[in-house]
Design a protein around this ligand. Structure first.
Ligand code: BES
Ligand code: MN
Ligand code: ZN
Length: 503
């Protein structure tokens, strides 16, 4: 799928369809939409007057141009109310539009730079949002289907009459492509069934991506983990025939500076272990490495965008399986940091592998830690699938993460980390236990992680409510969402002091 930019008048653009736009309540369109309306002999204004076109967000109207224009079809895309119009609305509209065009079997389309004209938003951010929205909205996971059912939209050209805006539009397309491709790479990894995406395969994919993008990579096995004393990770891996992997990716853009660390939970399948999960929907646990996948994918985008900062990406990857070798409830594990954890519930495995991931990040001198994990079912009880949860030990770092999420158009909500919550995970036999039961389940999980962040600024993102969706909407498609890849990338860009896109 190509996204391009061309200067000229959209009315004379030759493609399967041209796409113009309309705010709700506008009765006589101006700009590019006005020019096309004129060429169609006033068809758009007539349809507005008849109440058939209302400019509502998500409304697409196809008009056949019957030889009045080079393009056989004109699509009028509703932009919604002009109040509150935003980059994020352009992103979602572009996702819906791309699927609409594909459904109509349109192969090539010309679009106005939605938002950059009458909308008054920066051209670069508009082009970024159009590109992200299009590439994210068209995503499909078909590699295990014998035949591909969908038609293809092959090319989208932003047609801009003001030639001075072209360089900004080009930059926006480039950034949008990198962000969307990284998100789609994350989706590919998270959608991949666990019999294909084993920990070993996850390591291979990370390594291959690192080679392509110029990242350094180190993929470690169980012998190395034992030397490091990673009893949390090895304790979870104990029940599996698949070897665990500890994936490390390094991006060096900041000279000798200490790195920022991104750490992702990489459970390639979570049965729950001996505390086994019910059969219903267990298959969804193939996506329990979505946090790790977002870290790997974000590292790839960072390598392509080249911010002036050092970043280390860390993914402890393993299955969580029951077997004669599996860790039992009641067992005590000794982590890399030396702190011990009583395993109350083998299904609370994510925090065990992250404990060692965080310890390793600190050993590597990380100055800030951001971990990402499908950690608790409780977070989707709290926030539904609307926002992911954030918990941490450092207010300024939390603010930076929130600002990055804002730039990405991904919603985040902070939960409290009062010390009282630690009481719930005090253990009689070890330094702490891995489950505090049902109350404040997402927070008690984070309280355990906090013990391993120690005095390093740290933010934990619990994405278990937003990592997969059942229905498509805007940039969201069925299956893995790729959230929070774009937040992570924006966070690193902002950490390097580079301008990030606005909301
Ligand atoms: N991977 C799950 C969390 C999860 C649940 C992700 C649903 C996505 C959808 C995690 O490992 C888990 O099982 N957590 C337990 C913790 C409990 C045993 C303390 C949970 O949330 O029930
Ligand atoms: Mn689990
Ligand atoms: Zn899990």
């Amino acid at each position: 799928m190509q996204v391009k930019v061309q200067s000229g008048d959209i009315a004379s653009f030759a493609a399967g369809a041209i796409v113009v736009n309309l705010f709700e309540g506008v009765t006589s369109p101006a700009g590019g939409t006005g020019a096309v309306d004129k060429a169609l002999g006033g068809a758009i204004s007539s349809l507005i007057a008849a109440g058939d076109i209302r400019g509502k967000q998500g409304e697409f109207t196809m008009i056949h141009s019957l030889n009045k224009l080079p393009a056989p079809r004109v699509v009028v895309a509703g932009l919604g109310k002009s109040a509150g119009f935003s980059i994020d609305r352009i992103r979602h509209l572009s996702g819906d539009l791309a699927r609409y065009l594909r459904h109509q079997r349109v192969k090539s389309a010309g679009v106005l730079a939605h938002g950059a004209g009458i909308g008054g938003l920066p051209a670069e951010d508009c082009a970024d949002a159009i590109t992200e929205g299009t590439l994210l909205g068209l995503y499909t996971f078909n590699r295990h289907k014998s035949k591909d059912e969908d038609g293809e939209l092959d090319s989208l050209t932003i047609v801009e009459h003001d030639a001075a805006k072209l360089p900004a539009l080009e930059r926006g397309i480039e950034r949008g492509r990198i962000l969307a491709e990284a998100t789609n790479f994350c989706r590919d990894l998270a959608n991949e069934p666990a019999n294909y995406l084993t920990p070993t395969e996850m390591g291979r994919q990370a390594e291959a991506m690192a080679k392509d993008t110029g990242l350094e990579s180190e993929i470690y096995g169980p012998g190395w983990m034992a030397e490091k004393g990673m009893g949390g990770l090895l304790g979870v891996a104990a029940g599996s025939v698949q070897e665990p992997r500890f994936i490390v990716l390094r991006y060096n853009g900041g000279g000798n500076a200490k790195p920022i660390a991104l750490i992702g939970k990489g459970i390639t399948f979570d049965t729950g272990g001996i505390s086994i999960k019910p059969a219903e929907n267990m298959g969804e646990m193939k996506g329990d490495m979505a946090g790790g996948a977002s870290v790997i994918a974000a590292m790839g985008a960072i390598a392509r965008l080249k911010p002036a900062v050092n970043v280390i990406g860390i993914v402890p990857a393993t299955e969580n399986m029951p077997s004669g070798n599996a860790t039992r409830p009641g067992d005590v594990l000794k982590t890399m940091l030396g702190k011990t954890i009583e395993v109350i519930n083998t299904d609370a495995e994510g925090r065990l592998v992250l404990a060692d991931g965080l310890a390793y990040a600190r050993e590597q001198g990380a100055t800030a830690l951001v971990d990402v994990a499908t950690l608790t079912g409780a977070i989707s009880v709290t926030l539904g699938n609307v926002a992911y949860g954030a918990m941490g030990n450092d207010a300024p770092l939390m603010e930076r993460v929130k600002r990055a999420a804002d730039a990405a158009g991904e919603k985040v909500w902070e939960l409290p980390m009062w010390d009282e919550y630690f009481d719930l995970i005090k253990s009689d036999v070890a330094d702490m236990k891995n489950s505090g039961g049902r109350p404040a389940g997402s927070i008690t999980a984070a309280m355990l992680l906090r013990e391993f962040a120690e005095d390093t600024p740290w933010v934990h993102l619990d994405i278990a409510g937003v990592d997969t969706y059942e229905r498509e909407k805007g940039i969201i498609v069925k299956g893995a969402s790729g959230i929070p890849v774009r937040t992570l990338v924006q966070f690193i860009l902002q950490s390097a002091g580079e301008p990030a896109s606005v909301k």
